[in-house]
Design a binder for this molecule. Structure first.
Ligand SMILES: Cc1cc2nc3c(=O)[nH]c(=O)nc-3n(C[C@H](O)[C@H](O)[C@H](O)COP(=O)(O)OP(=O)(O)OC[C@H]3O[C@@H](n4cnc5c(N)ncnc54)[C@H](O)[C@@H]3O)c2cc1C
Length: 314
């Protein structure tokens, strides 16, 4: 499985394969399953459709590992396009961002400046309780600066949230610190092929750790400090555990939510909405769909079936 993930990450990062795939005509077909649209307007229209089905969205412009000033500038302006469109549509949504989209490969200072700019724009357009700039978490070499980035924005009073990967050995301590600060935390298992020196590597251990961290996120202390847990998983066992903890410990359905990727386990997503669980879809949009799709397949080979079905129309 680790080899599979490494292979998929290699494919996602290959410039020649990416260039070839983006020039191909597969986008429309692929987008039916996992991608919200080719631009911000189509993405917002998709978010509006989801809202009508009781699902909120976390908007994500496709693209990562931007390594020149020009590419970072272009990505930041793509990200900025979405705020007025969301406001026009009357949608209060999350906007997810990877540090490598907004300058961390150039310098963390540049990344912070861009994040502050986005956070301020978001604050200017926001009216809903849940609206946040959600910072995604990339590989283990950048966990510390990514948490520092989150803390800097939070200190400035900007609407920011952060993702924590359960598989990292350091995550229990990170979650405890975030709980003290009353953070909005998206807990995920972790998608990168990390070494055993920094992360758990067996599925069983990762699941156990995920449950343990759910216990911290749904603690009385967390509720008192205003923590908003976001359960970033498609795993019904983790979600059922979260529902159980939340119900037992008196958390209302407005105080936490589940977030799943657009198009993954769609029937289960509808079932959660029927059960009254607050559900958010991670909604990617834009032209750069290849690295994103390959990463989804890397996470779960079962997603290969969905992609194949969309592309070949079977
Ligand atoms: C909203 C969101 C944001 C994320 N952000 C980040 C991030 O910032 N950084 C990061 O490293 N990772 C991120 N991830 C990815 C995450 O770390 C995991 O790699 C990914 O979600 C797979 O783990 P899982 O909990 O969904 O369940 P898995 O461990 O993949 O699956 C567990 C079980 O769930 C069920 N299941 C899962 N997928 C399917 C499917 N397609 N069809 C049927 N059954 C299925 C099966 O029973 C499976 O055995 C994010 C994930 C989500 C949902």
């Amino acid at each position: 499985m680790r080899l599979w993930r490494k292979l998929m990450i290699g494919l996602a990062r290959s410039e020649s394969i990416t260039g070839f795939m983006h020039g191909s005509r597969l986008m429309n077909r692929f987008s039916r399953q996992f991608v919200g649209g080719g631009n911000a307007l189509e993405g917002v229209q998709r978010a509006d459709e989801l809202r009508k089905r009781g699902i909120s969205a976390s908007m994500f412009v496709l693209g990562e590992y931007e390594d020149t000033e020009e590419r970072v500038r272009s990505m930041v302006s793509d990200l900025e396009e979405v705020f007025p469109l969301l406001r026009e549509a009357g949608l209060d949504q999350h906007v997810s961002v990877d540090p490598t989209q907004i300058g961390s490969m150039l310098s963390w200072e540049s990344c912070r400046e861009n994040a502050v700019r986005l956070g301020e724009e978001m604050a200017g357009h926001a009216s809903g309780r849940c609206t946040a700039l959600m910072v995604d978490m990339e590989d283990a070499s950048v966990t510390a600066p990514t948490l520092d980035l989150y803390a800097a924005l939070k200190d400035m009073g900007l609407p920011v949230a952060v993702t924590v990967q359960a598989y990292l050995h350091r995550s229990r301590e990170d979650i405890e610190n975030l709980v003290q600060g009353g953070a909005m935390v998206r807990l995920v298992k972790g998608a990168f092929a990390e070494d055993g020196s920094v992360a758990l590597t067996s599925r069983k251990d990762i699941d156990e750790r995920y449950r343990e961290l759910l216990g911290v996120l749904f603690s009385d202390q967390a509720r008192e400090s205003g923590v908003y847990p976001v359960i970033g998983s498609h795993d019904h066992r983790m979600i059922e555990h979260a529902v159980k903890l939340a119900d037992e410990r008196g958390w209302s359905r407005e105080q936490w939510e589940v977030e799943m990727l657009l198009g993954v386990r769609p029937q289960y997503q509808s079932e959660l909405v029927r059960q009254g669980v607050s559900l958010r879809a991670y909604l990617p949009y834009g032209r750069k769909w290849w690295p994103y799709s390959v990463r989804r397949i890397g996470e779960n080979p079962r997603n290969l079936w969905f992609v194949g079905r969309s592309v070949f129309g079977v």
